[in-house]
Design a protein around this ligand. Structure first.
Ligand code: ADP
Length: 496
């Protein structure tokens, strides 16, 4: 039964003003219609921003620990609904059920964590250089935030943005990905039930150009947090720069796993399978490049190919499935095209490379796990983010060359090294130019209590997640307060 989904504006569930809708379908079986979604435009966006603006003063003045209590309740509701929400994520986004549950678990973790930050939104108190004077900094909310999210983590990524924005005292207009609107709606329902005042969290569904961009451009929006493609991120960065909006973006990755000759081979293969093909390669931290030292290369290749060819493709609701579908027909076509590009560039396809349509997969968007060798670092498949189950293998002489190849991309999100030599891992830790480095673990699996994000073209602005070292630096602004209680004119830098 298709759900009728609505926008959530000023505490009310409403259709889009022009009454248009679009569909959300199950990528594992595109015959399954999951819901009809409001196709909103600038008029709906304006109503949502107006509601968020009206709600801001009272929410800003609500003590942060009280805001935290509402987040605690939301986290508890998320725990109660984890199974149903996880199943919905699986149906709507396609990733296998255990990963879909993990998505919701991350939202739970983030919500509890940010609830606690309500009692820790600390600034600094430092000595003044003058007597009878004190000096401190405090964090203040910024105002109305536009939060724009992608489809690959339908509840986790929204929680990375919604919870720090709210705990800091901002109000929010949330525009989720058009591919996963139902999961976003159920998430917002939970925050509403947890007791958020009307207008504090608003939800507007729609497409990027017709709903997302008017939201970013809206003059009453003070800040924007965006996760998605690099092209859109850079475009929005330009808009926000020229209109003085606070901004952060998290975009692509081309994440390497380095495997040295002395690595635990079985462990490295497990990590590369998980990083390369987990979530069907649709994580921004997916391990799309495997950089293998020459002494272990042939053995790695042989075992990895066998293991990858045995991965079970299918509907994520089936507990046997290891690789689900890709999200949409657009992505499906894009990935198949990249595979043709790789072949055209002279890389050798040694596994997969085709759509998978057997049995129950006939109506879904499935692609076989795909591997290329003879990949040169400057090829497009070695440089561009494919966002599908496609990995490229590179043979390198030594650690120096491995790090060179690893860093030779414009992205810098995540990197991993497998080696038993503590000195080699320490050098990699120092020299890999990425926001996240894993030692003897895959490139995926960041935890919410530390900042998440990357270098180079991957990101811009403060990091996601984490606490006062991460997201809260986006959602708060500093105010510095000097108080002089000497009763005389004291001149800093002059009278001391
Ligand atoms: P993907 O290719 O992963 O779907 P996008 O960058 O196209 O990445 O989409 C990520 C999010 O950005 C989605 O919520 C989408 O609707 C939104 N979006 C796309 N284009 C724009 C735009 N021009 N302005 C604002 N938001 C946009």
């Amino acid at each position: 039964m298709a759900e009728k989904i609505r926008n959530f504006i000023g505490g009310k569930w409403v259709d889009s003003v022009r009454g248009l809708t679009f569909e959300s379908r199950n990528p594992a079986d595109t015959c399954e219609l999951l819901g009809l979604i409001p196709d909103s435009d600038a008029v709906d966006v304006d109503k949502a921003v107006t509601a968020a603006r009206a709600a801001f003063p009272a929410w800003r003045d609500t003590p942060a620990p009280k805001r935290g209590e509402i987040l605690y309740r939301a986290a508890e509701l998320l725990v109660k609904r984890k199974d149903t929400l996880g199943e919905l994520v699986c149906r709507e986004m396609g990733k296998i059920l255990s990963e879909s549950m993990g998505d919701v678990q991350e939202a739970i973790d983030m919500t509890y964590y940010m609830a606690g930050e309500g009692r820790r939104l600390s600034g600094e108190t430092v000595p003044s250089e003058l007597p009878y004077k004190d000096a401190k900094s405090v964090r203040l909310p910024i105002g109305v935030f536009a939060l724009i999210t992608p489809w690959n983590f339908p509840t986790a990524i929204p929680s990375w943005k919604i919870t720090p924005a709210l705990i800091a005292g901002n109000t929010v207009v949330f525009k989720p990905a058009e591919e996963t609107p139902i999961a976003a709606t159920h998430l917002v329902e939970i925050f509403d039930e947890a007791g958020l005042p009307p207008g504090v969290l608003n939800l507007v569904h729609g497409y990027g150009e017709t709903a997302g961009e008017p939201l970013v451009r809206h003059p009453d929006v003070d800040g924007v947090s965006f996760t998605g493609s690099n092209e859109v991120g850079e475009r929005l960065a330009g808009i926000c720069g020229s209109t003085h909006k606070d901004f952060m973006m998290e975009t692509g990755g081309k994440n390497p796993i380095i495997v040295m000759d002395d690595a635990d081979l079985d462990l490295a293969i497990e990590g590369a399978l998980w990083g390369g093909f987990g979530t069907t390669g649709q994580r921004c931290t997916a391990s799309s490049r495997l950089i293998i030292q020459e002494g272990i290369f042939d053995q790695f290749l042989k075992t990895f190919t066998v293991r990858a060819s045995q991965l079970r493709i299918g509907n994520g609701l089936d507990p046997e499935t290891e690789i689900g579908p890709v999200i949409s027909d657009i992505q499906y076509q894009k990935i198949l095209k990249y595979i043709e590009t790789g072949k055209g560039e002279g890389a050798t396809l040694i596994l997969g490379g085709r759509a998978y349509e057997k049995g129950d997969c006939a109506n879904g968007l499935f692609i076989e796990p795909t591997m290329f060798v003879d990949v040169r670092p400057k090829m497009r498949i070695a440089q561009e983010e494919i966002f599908g189950p496609v990995v490229s293998l590179f043979r390198v002489r030594d650690l120096t060359e491995a790090i060179e190849v690893a860093n030779d991309v414009t992205f810098g999100l995540s990197a991993a090294i497998y080696s038993k030599d503590v000195n080699k891992t320490a050098i990699a830790e120092r020299d890999l130019d990425t926001g996240l480095v894993y030692i003897n673990a895959s490139t995926i699996g960041a935890e919410i209590q530390l900042p998440f994000g990357g270098t180079k073209r991957t990101g811009l602005g403060p990091r996601e997640a984490g606490g006062r070292g991460g997201a809260l630096n986006l959602y708060t602004k500093w105010k510095v307060i000097y108080r002089d209680f000497s009763g005389t004119l004291q001149k800093a830098q002059i009278d001391n």
